[in-house]
Design a protein around this ligand. Structure first.
Ligand code: SF4
Length: 463
């Protein structure tokens, strides 16, 4: 769960990167970084915290260029904190290269050991560094690819890196005169391409283009590498995957509702999840109450389909500042309570259907149910717009270990009892799958237990 942004072909690219990555703040709040090039040198600014407060005007003074990449981080592999803030920058056989990565490499343990044996040392504690450490270790031109004369010298080094790594990666490389975007052959994480006059942009979600007034152009395809430099734009399909595995959780929770990813609008799919949940409903109620913000869109779908009015029974406090940076569950729970307040005027003596996007550990839902009851709700029926989470994610999302997932240990009735709800129901797996165009192109492993890529045991044990 990270956000990446890149731009080529505009003066003061660092300022565009700043606003672009700000629009992706929801994808990572631990740290922010911008790498910018003036075609001669790459400069780097990295800070812990949120984009707007972390990066000051003076940080970007003297850091001016025509191409830039940026990253917001939420730790999934490696230690959290600014130590692992991206982009990473390293001297390689191609000169200085910066990298920004969204995803998780499933073979990083064995690759790291292989490189350590070769005498390589590592600066960071993150799988992302492998993208830089592997540059110069070999050359490769994938079968069927004819390299453009401009790319013959350096691109085989990057294709070698892509042959070695496996797992989930949407990546931006910044060389002093080139911006290169890559998406893994399974397409786990989104990566979009946009344009603004003569500039070319890349971002994890289309909402980063909106803020800059840029136009959404197209998706970077799974298994595609795109080079942008002064000579133009060149695309290479470096690998054909037997299967696509786009992360369905991006639609459930991570991406912003106004974004376009995976060839669809997040809002449309998320609303459909609520509609299908309503079709599977069997209790009657007076009001539908969303858990803001991610429960709002499915609750609209649920309310419209069921005819039960939607009311704002939980009000979100938007003025909660960030008081900690450690992504532990306890702190996340406190944050939920700081954020939400019940609205007795719509809850008193009402039979309430409360809708949330997902239920992972159950501790947050327990607090929400108790909050609704204290505010006078007569009945509380918890509805979840996704199926029970039964497995961790190894592809770039910070889910808990299997032992911490409540649905792996208890039945739905037991969970309902634990959270104190009159009833609990999840969207069925079939229901979730029916919301996307072709579910076979999606990863739903954390709901189904069917993992599209094998994970090294060492990496598995980390979860
Ligand atoms: S396991 Fe879940 S969160 Fe991870 S990529 Fe698959 S659907 Fe997304």
């Amino acid at each position: 769960m990270c956000g990446i942004f890149g731009i080529f072909g505009v003066e003061n690219a660092e300022n565009y990167a700043f606003y672009g990555i700000y629009a992706l703040q929801h994808r990572g709040q631990e740290s922010v970084g911008i790498a910018v090039s003036d075609f001669e040198n790459i400069k780097l600014v990295k800070k812990p915290g949120l984009v707007l407060s972390a990066i000051r005007k003076e940080d970007l003074e003297g850091v001016s260029g025509f191409l830039a990449i940026a990253h917001v981080r939420y730790a999934t592999a490696g230690r959290s904190g600014d130590f692992n803030a991206q982009p990473f920058l390293k001297k390689t056989v191609l000169g200085e290269v910066a990298v920004a990565h969204n995803g998780n490499l499933t073979n990083f343990r064995s690759l790291k050991e292989e490189l350590l044996r070769m005498g390589e040392s590592f600066e960071y504690d993150s799988d992302t560094e492998l993208f830089l450490s592997l540059i110069g270790k070999g050359k490769e031109v994938p079968k069927g690819i004819t390299l453009h004369p401009e790319d013959r010298e350096y691109l085989p080094y990057l294709f070698y890196v892509l042959k070695k790594v496996s797992g989930a990666y949407s990546v931006l490389f910044l060389l002093k005169d080139k911006l290169i975007a890559v998406r893994d052959p399974y397409g786990f994480r989104p990566l979009l391409m946009g344009r603004l006059k003569n500039a070319v942009l890349f971002a994890s979600e289309s909402c980063a283009f909106d803020i800059l007034g840029a136009e959404l152009w197209r998706e970077v395809k799974p298994g595609e590498l795109i080079v942008v430099d002064k000579k133009g734009i060149r695309s290479y399909l470096f690998s054909q995957s037997p299967k696509k595995a786009m992360c369905i959780f991006e639609f459930v929770y991570f991406s912003k509702p106004e974004s376009f990813i995976f060839n669809d609008w997040v809002y449309t799919i998320r609303k459909k999840m609520g509609e299908v949940l309503a079709l599977e409903e069997d209790v009657s109620a007076d009001v539908v109450v969303p858990v803001p913000d991610s429960g709002v869109v499915p609750a609209i779908g649920f309310s419209q389909k069921s005819g039960i009015p939607l009311e704002l029974g939980l009000i979100r406090n938007h003025y909660v500042g960030r008081s900690f940076i450690e992504p532990t569950q306890e702190l996340r729970d406190v944050r939920v309570l700081m954020k939400l307040n019940p609205n007795p005027s719509v809850l008193k003596n009402k039979r309430v259907i409360v809708i949330d996007d997902s239920l992972v550990r159950g501790t947050t839902s327990k607090k929400i149910v108790s909050m609704l009851r204290k505010a006078g709700a007569k009945e509380v029926h918890m509805r979840i717009a996704s199926p029970p989470v039964i497995g961790p994610c190894y592809y770039g999302i910070d889910t808990p270990t299997k032992e911490e997932l409540i649905a792996t240990k208890f039945s739905v009735e037991e969970i309902a009892k634990f959270i104190g709800a009159d009833s609990l129901r999840y969207l069925s797996l079939e229901g979730l799958r029916s919301c996307v165009e072709d579910y076979r192109n999606f990863c739903d492993a954390c709901f189904s237990g069917v993992y599209p890529i094998e994970v090294e045991p060492e990496v598995e044990r980390l979860r």
